[in-house]
Design a protein around this ligand. Structure first.
Ligand code: TRP
Length: 321
């Protein structure tokens, strides 16, 4: 009988320990309490990697490295891989989910209406149908947006290479983030009477051919915040440089990978804000509705001096100390 009682008590204690992982059902945030967070990143390219590193660094800096366990999955830019990861987070009973980039956020949002989802670097959360109201998210989804100011990029282009008469776009129509930026770009260029032509890709393997198809037809390239193109950015840059074509992408990482110049947001800052929002919802007990979508609004210019030298563009205004 004593043995049975001991067994029952052991089972009860194990059940209590397991319940600790659940998080909000425990009143005190004891040091032994841990949380599990699924993290789905659309694909590995420098900008998304920078965001993930910044999220991890911020969690560590705030003292949560051993409290919040991150279950990281690389989505490989593949819908099946992402949906499988999203299902796994749900069946694991994760306490929250972070999704880096638009299509990753869409995969996790389709998998759960309950678990809080904090997205990171979703350019246009409304077009992506993740939220209907950025100021007051109604469901289980909120996060941080890297909204793109196309006017700032085209103004920079007009300053550095004023003779551009036709821009070429390369992008994946399956990325709502790109579709949103391209529609803004078209409206902007239509207003200025500047022409454009576009080349489409559906996967990373098509980026080289698509870029080559525009050579001889355009004076410059504008690349939206496209993950497929960013994953093959050095190929785009090689082709453009060989043809003396300036490339204006929508992210600093794509300039570092060989593009000419951009005006964009700071993705380390964006990752930090994502981690802070996660902490508020997971640890401080705030709701998703209490956390409006945050939009980064500070843009800074990044130029690539080697690319500039290779195609003979003067970027000294942005490199001088
Ligand atoms: N904003 C992109 C999205 O909504 C993700 C992204 C972040 C990105 N940084 C980038 C894409 C740099 C291309 C290049 O999915």
């Amino acid at each position: 009988m004593k043995k049975l009682l001991a067994l029952i008590m052991t089972v009860a204690m194990l059940a209590m320990l397991a319940a600790c992982g659940g998080g909000d059902d425990n009143s005190a945030n004891t040091a032994s309490e841990t949380y599990n967070v699924g993290l789905l990143q659309l694909v590995e390219h420098p900008s998304l990697d920078e965001i993930r590193t910044a999220i991890e660094d911020e969690l560590a800096a705030k003292g949560y490295a051993d409290v919040i366990n991150i279950d990281y999955v690389n989505g490989q830019n593949d819908a099946t891989t992402m949906n499988t990861a999203a299902q796994k987070f749900v069946s694991d009973g994760d306490d929250a989910i972070i999704a880096i980039a638009t299509n990753a956020a869409q995969s996790v949002a389709a998998a759960t209406q309950d678990i809080p989802i904090i997205f990171s670097a979703v350019t246009d959360p409304v077009i992506a149908e993740l939220v209907t109201n950025m100021d007051a998210p109604e469901g289980n989804v909120t996060g941080v947006s890297d909204y793109i100011d196309v006017a700032a990029i085209f103004d920079l282009a007009a300053e550095l290479t004023p003779d551009v008469k036709t821009f070429g776009f390369v992008y994946n129509m399956g990325e709502p983030n790109s579709v949103s930026v391209i529609s803004q770009a078209k409206a902007y260029l239509d207003g200025k009477g500047i022409a454009y032509t576009e080349a489409f890709v559906t996967n990373i393997g098509e980026v080289t051919t698509a870029t080559q198809s525009l050579m001889g037809k355009v004076d410059a390239l504008f690349l939206p915040i496209d993950n497929t193109v960013a994953s093959a950015m050095s190929n785009v840059a090689d082709i453009a440089i060989a043809n003396n074509i300036p490339v204006y992408p929508a992210a600093d990482s794509m300039v570092n990978d060989g593009g000419l110049a951009t005006a964009g947001v700071n993705y380390t800052q964006l990752g930090k804000q994502t981690a802070d929002m996660l902490i508020r919802i997971l640890i401080d007990g705030e709701t998703v509705a209490e956390n409006p979508v945050e939009v980064l609004t500070e843009y800074s210019v990044t130029v690539n001096p080697e690319t500039a030298a290779a195609i003979g563009v003067d970027v000294s205004a942005y490199t001088a100390e």
